[in-house]
Structure formats: C-alpha cells, structure tokens
Write a protein that binds this ligand. Structure first.
Ligand code: FE2
Length: 359
C-alpha cells in the first residue's frame, strides 16, 4: 500500500507510518496532526495513550507517523520529520491568503512575508543537518496557498544548500511565496478545472507569469528580483519554457531555483486530476531533467538535502537484490544503508549498486 513501509529494528530510531488501529501506548507521535480546519490536533512527540488514539480516530485520522518510546532518538534522523512547524506553516497560509487577495496592496504585506521567511530560515537553520523528507510539508487544504508556502520553504532550503547569501535567501523565499501571484488574474474555473486544459485554456494559464510580473513591478517597494521570479519560474534551461522561451543564464538564477521548487511541490501533491507521486519518483524526474528542464546546480543542491526514502522503505537494487532502508547517509541521502538477507549494504561505498524501485 502506498505510503506504508515495514520496519526493520536495527538500533537506530525509525519513523514509520502505520494505520491508526495499530498504534499502541509504547509509541510516540512523530509528526504534528492537523485537522480539516488547519488546527494542530496533537503535536509531534506526544505519547500515544489510549485517549489520544481515540481522539485521532474521532477526527477521522487513518494513519499516523510514529516512533517507539523506548528508543533513544537518533540525533540526525529525529530532527527531520517536521521541516517547519505546523504553526509557522499555518500562519504562512493565512498570510498568503491575505497577500494573494491583495488586501491593501502587496507592499503592505511585504514586512510580514519577510517575517515569515525569517521564521522559515530560523527553523531550517535549527536542523543541524538539513535533510528534507519531501512529504513532510505536503498537506493539502487550499492548493494555491499551500503550494505557494511550500514553494517558498523549498526554495529557501535549496538556496541554503547552495550557499546563497542571507539577503538572496530572503528575496528567494519571498519570490517563492509570490511566484504564482499572477494566478489572481486567471479565472477560477480554469485553475480548478477537474481535467486536462484545452490549448486555449493553457494559453490563458501561461499568462499568470506576465500578470504576476506586471502587478509586482507596479509596486515600487517590491524588489525587482521578486517580480522576475514570478515572470520566469516556467522558463527552462533548454529554452522550451514560457512566457519568452529564454534559456540557461538568461533566466535569473533565483527563478531557476523557484522553478525546481515549483515542479517538485506539484509532483508530490495530490491534485484533482492526478494523485501525487512518491518522493523517490519525483527525485528521479527532477534528475532526468537536469540541464534541460532544470538548472543542474539546483538539482545538485536538491540531491544534497532531499531524502527519497524513509527508514523502513523496502527497496530493490538493479542487481535484483531487495532490502529495507535502515539508515540515511546525510552526505548523500539518495544512497542509504540497506539491510538485505545477505547482509548490510552501504550504498555510499558500494557505488556499483543502484536503487531502482521502492516496493
Ligand atoms: Fe506558476
């Protein structure tokens, strides 16, 4: 079943997703649980006592991420389950709703958006070793606002991994939050259409880039790089993007980062017309597009910090051997340590082996 992983006990702390009915009192909740009204129901770290399990059941929660209470948290792995806190994310979604609805003009929202990015940077910096489990921040409520928040957070994380300056990271984060600002000008029936767009509708959607740029440029207080990210986040290094079809370094470096964050988030989020794909598949797609669809340096940064597998993921190698992930190598998250019947395989050192499937 997608999203469920079996668990191999190895002495490292393992976070795994289980059906709620399998929860027991010796487990601890690994992620915040948020209800349909975007309120935090139970916070990560809460022991799963009977009344907590009953409460989750009452709120229609079917599956949860847990770790065992008896295990000492592994320092590296315990820091990654919540990329940013649920509270920060929810207040950012609220800020997005206000900014996108343009209450009082965008300039009025800039100080708060900057404050949001400041919190994101602080929270991401608090992870000694920033690793991202992609699905951590994907929670669907209102797609547009949630998506913009996630793109802002991903862009900041990628920018940090690329060693950008603080100033650039702030601008990048705000640009990520506002990249789809022009969607305000696209009819909702098209944005929320339950099915593929007609060529005509697609032409209209494409215009959100220039609409966004024009609206943001009209505000003198908006840094021009923020407007450029709105304009260029669908441009591609091979020149096959839109609206202008410009290539490589003609595209602003910050827009190239937002472009990857945008596609990433879209791939790992459920949409009305298709289900999300796994982190593993999303990373494969991004890597396949390195140099043509996506800037190679950005893709390299993604590979440095994004974790495609969970502890306990059942994986298959290209030589047919199968096993389960028992540890993530922080130097190269896509090459974990895997338990197999034949013994432990550390892909960091066994470069001849490659994971080809997650079972
Ligand atoms: Fe867009």
């Amino acid at each position: 079943m997608a999203g469920f992983y079996y668990f191999v006990r190895t002495g490292v702390t393992a976070i795994r997703q289980i059906p709620l009915q399998q929860a027991t009192g010796d487990m601890i909740l690994a992620n915040d649980i948020i209800n349909g009204h975007n309120q935090v129901l139970v916070t990560a770290g809460t022991p799963l006592r009977q009344e907590i399990i009953a409460l989750l059941g009452k709120h229609g929660i079917n599956s949860i991420s847990v770790r065992d209470a008896t295990e000492k948290p592994n320092k590296e792995l315990s820091t990654v389950p919540n990329l940013i806190s649920a509270a920060t994310r929810l207040s950012m979604i609220q800020a997005m709703q206000n900014a996108y609805r343009n209450r009082g003009g965008i300039a009025a929202h800039l100080p708060y958006l900057r404050e949001c990015i400041h919190r994101v940077i602080e929270e991401l910096s608090a992870h000694g070793n920033l690793l991202i489990y992609l699905s951590d921040i994907r929670q669907k409520s209102d797609y547009l606002y949630g998506h913009c928040v996630d793109v802002g957070v991903f862009a900041v994380a990628f920018g940090m991994a690329m060693g950008l300056s603080r100033d650039e990271i702030y601008i990048l984060g705000i640009g990520g939050l506002l990249h789809d600002y022009g969607k305000n000008s696209i009819p909702n029936e098209i944005l929320e259409k339950n099915g593929p767009l007609t060529p005509d509708e697609f032409e209209q959607v494409k215009k959100h880039t220039s609409f966004g740029y024009n609206t943001l440029r009209a505000e003198t207080k908006v840094d021009c790089r923020i407007a450029l990210m709105a304009l260029q986040h669908h441009e591609r290094p091979d020149g096959r993007g839109y609206p202008w079809g410009i290539a490589d370094d003609k595209i602003h470096p910050l827009a190239r980062i937002v472009a990857v964050a945008d596609v990433y988030d879209a791939l790992i989020t459920d949409r009305v017309y298709r289900p999300r794909i796994s982190a593993h598949e999303a990373i494969a797609i991004i890597n396949a597009g390195a140099g043509t669809q996506f800037d190679s340096q950005v893709v390299a940064a993604v590979n440095k910090i994004v974790v495609p597998y969970y502890i306990g993921s059942a994986v298959k190698f290209d030589n047919g051997q199968a096993g389960a992930v028992v540890r993530i190598n922080s130097q190269e998250p896509s090459r974990p340590v895997v338990w197999t019947r034949e013994g432990i395989v550390n892909l960091l050192h066994q470069r001849n082996l490659r994971i080809v499937a997650v079972v």
